[in-house]
Design a protein around this ligand. Sequence first.
Ligand SMILES: C[S@@+](CC[C@H](N)C(=O)[O-])C[C@H]1O[C@@H](n2cnc3c(N)ncnc32)[C@H](O)[C@@H]1O
Length: 338
Amino acid sequence: MLQHRTPGDAHRRPANLAPLIEAATQVDQRAAFRADVLAGLGKAQKAVPAKYFYDARGSALFEEICTLAEYYPTRTETAMLERLAPEIARHVGAGATLIEYGSGASRKIRALLEALPAPAAYMPIDISLGHLQASARRLALDYPGLPIVPVVGDYTAPLNLPVPPGARLVIFFPGSTIGNLAPADAAALLAQAAGRVGRGGSMLVGVDLKKDPAILHRAYTDRRGVTADFNLNLLDRINRELDGDFRRAQFRHRAFYDPVRGRIEMHLVSLIGQAVSVEGQRFDFRVGETIHTENSYKYSLDEFRAMAGRAGFVPEAAWSDPDCLFAIHLLRAGTMST
Ligand SMILES: C[S@@+](CC[C@H](N)C(=O)[O-])C[C@H]1O[C@@H](n2cnc3c(N)ncnc32)[C@H](O)[C@@H]1O
């Protein structure tokens, strides 16, 4: 159920920035966090979904990761978008309503906004409330002619987005964030997106390519330890929001590439045998036992095209950078709007 948040700061809201829409209330989101953490820590392989990295501190740490020398995806995809924007604009055409999944800092959309003829509106969707608000405000100030409608919520949930009837929709999903979903869930999200944009609508997706595992390993195990901090911040968030007593010094970040599954896995490794309490429930850890905190699947161009095709999209174009590190796929929906 979508709810308009009454803005206490309306006087500071630029005219083209709509009031924030809450696709799920903060109370609902806390309940989902609680349920997922308690269920995940109760599994034989303890696991917490990656979307919970993104509290305010997690979002700030992700922005820092994007600047690291080892983390090639952000600079590679940004350079590609800047180079390809005129070509993408020719495919997309005029008057499109842009919906961005996991918009974060809303930085990459700028390359498209510079090239697309007269976009009708921009709707950034993100789970990280404060980061979304700040990014939407910055963008609204920089693009005063563009209506911006920020939505806080989970794009994997069935969101009833307020798009005008007949709008031509383009979903933008950069950052290889789709790789955080298991292939079956990624396929389901693509199918849901194809239904959302409707026949003739489009989706532009940034996807990390399979490559030398040493490059991948470096990208997720940076020398400054920012990725480790990002991973360990999940424990701080559980402590703060779910009355946990994790001692972060008793856990260590680990990331590795699994070539069979084609994915990076991130874990938090318990350095000692210990018991941890969350919301009054006790969870035991053996030495070396892990919490699985993130997957990042890598897809060849053909693997991703095939998955998108099964989800109801017709692959229209795909590009990669000269070093074949990263891909951008433009997909056209062949199904009817749902
Ligand atoms: C890997 S970052 C990418 C950020 C940005 N799109 C980029 O390309 O640099 C993932 C972003 O998606 C958001 N996010 C992750 N899971 C989400 C979900 N299920 N629903 C909504 N937002 C989500 C995070 O808050 C974060 O801003």
